[in-house]
Write a new protein. Structure first.
Length: 432
């Protein structure tokens, strides 16, 4: 029994993740799968019933979680309103007139990727589905394309909390961090095109008559609700920075409020339609999934019964096994990303460890090299995580299988891994 309890923490984390995959595959119930993985991890890490209830309640009742839930509700409402008002159909139609279906399947989730909103893949999923109006494509392929291209900017786009946290922890100037990380987006795009988009049949022609000026004008009008989120987010972050410090989701919530209002002015919906959107059972189900993911994340981030943190314990295990520091700098962010499914989660859990391993006042060449390496591996772990909100809501939307979707993401993820290693070497050479 003691042997089981003393199992290395890294094995406990990976086993809990595998349990989530197994239960989901057998039951088809994401909520049951996440609860199972959470209970196994919590009990195996030594938490008693009182500790488990306390950690869960602190996470559920925290202002950060409350604001997150509000933002998730708003994202789903905005997506539903754009659908019911016909904006989504018109947006897809204008994209079809301007570019091929293959390109449009990537462009639409990439467009939503500029928005730093949680669960954004759920927002773009209906657009991807609308691009396939003939229902010719495999739902699993649409799941992967939507999920992958939704995240191609999150390596450097400074509206994302994970990017901002990484900039703060590394103390790198914003321009330097963006210059360092931007190539990772290019590797992600290349991987997505090569392994995902190539499976979409090439259109013989673009539907409709091309009128670039008119198309651009209509496109801007249609994405105005989306632009409102970005504009308000930037305005609030600059003019009222204190709000962002209270919660990273407040600027997003305010932006979504303006966006919902803008859409209702542009294309008003009746009170009955709005009521159906607000009270939708599917919306509530998705929010419940997010809440249980957050509870799982709380056990990754909270102190263990002996007061140490889980990722610190994993670092100590790797050091005890004489794993080289360079490998630890790759593994800790990857495991953090895999176990949290959040960029801000893997940055918050792993970057203090990575920076500590570099020692005080590390040379710029080392800091740049290990930052892009750690972020690339952490982000890849996040993309492969079975508890990533965007992945789960996309799978729920297209009714596909979590295990199969994760396996099909491995190949483009290796492109990003290769890109982060290449950029790590290049950054070290240039800065030396």
């Amino acid at each position: 029994m003691d042997y089981i309890l003393n199992t290395p923490y890294i094995i406990k984390i990976i086993t809990a993740l595998f349990l989530i995959l197994i239960v989901n595959r057998k039951s088809g119930n994401l909520i049951a799968a996440i609860i199972s993985g959470t209970l196994l991890l919590a009990l195996w890490c030594g938490h008693g019933l009182a500790s488990m209830l306390s950690i869960s309640w602190v996470r559920i009742s925290s202002w950060g979680n409350i604001f997150l839930v509000i933002a998730i509700f708003q994202v789903i409402w905005l997506s539903s309103m754009m659908d019911k008002s016909g904006v989504m159909k018109d947006l897809v139609a204008i994209v079809k007139k301007s570019i091929s279906r293959r390109a449009g399947l990537a462009v639409l989730p990439a467009l939503i990727g500029w928005l730093p909103m949680p669960g954004g893949a759920l927002f773009s999923a209906p657009m991807v589905e609308e691009m396939d109006d003939g229902k010719e494509l495999n739902p699993l392929l649409k799941t992967k394309i939507n999920y992958w291209f939704r995240h191609i900017w999150e390596y450097w786009w400074p509206l994302y909390p994970g990017v901002l946290l990484a900039i703060d922890m590394t103390k790198l100037p914003v321009w330097q961090f963006i210059s360092l990380q931007l190539p990772l987006s290019l590797f992600a795009i290349a991987g997505g095109i090569f392994f995902l988009l190539r499976k979409v049949p090439v259109d013989l022609k673009i539907s409709g008559k091309k009128d670039n000026y008119q198309n651009i004008k209509v496109f801007i009008e249609l994405i105005m609700p989306i632009l409102m989120v970005i504009i308000v987010y930037i305005f609030v972050s600059i003019v009222f920075p204190g709000l962002s410090k209270k919660s990273q989701y407040i600027p997003v919530i305010l932006g979504l409020c303006f966006s919902l209002g803008t859409l209702q002015i542009q294309r008003p919906l009746s009170a009955g339609v709005l009521k159906d959107i607000i009270l939708s059972k599917n919306t509530l189900k998705l929010v419940v999934i997010v809440i249980f993911i957050r509870i799982y994340g709380a056990f990754i981030e909270s102190p263990l019964p002996d007061g140490t943190f889980l990722m610190s314990a994993v670092r100590d295990e790797l050091a005890m096994w004489h794993i080289p520091v360079l490998v630890i700098i790759m593994l800790i962010p990857f495991i953090s990303g895999l176990s949290t499914g959040l960029a801000v989660g893997f940055v918050g859990a792993s970057f203090p460890i990575v920076i500590n391993l570099l020692g005080p006042n590390p040379p710029l060449a080392d800091l740049l090299s290990y930052t892009v390496l750690a972020y690339g591996f952490g982000f890849t772990g996040m993309m492969l995580s079975p508890v990533h909100v965007c992945h789960l809501v996309t799978i729920e939307y297209f009714k596909t299988n979590l295990n199969e979707s994760m396996l099909r993401i491995i190949k483009p993820s290796l492109f990003v891994i290769g890109g982060s290693i290449f950029m790590s070497i290049a950054a070290h050479i240039i800065a030396s």
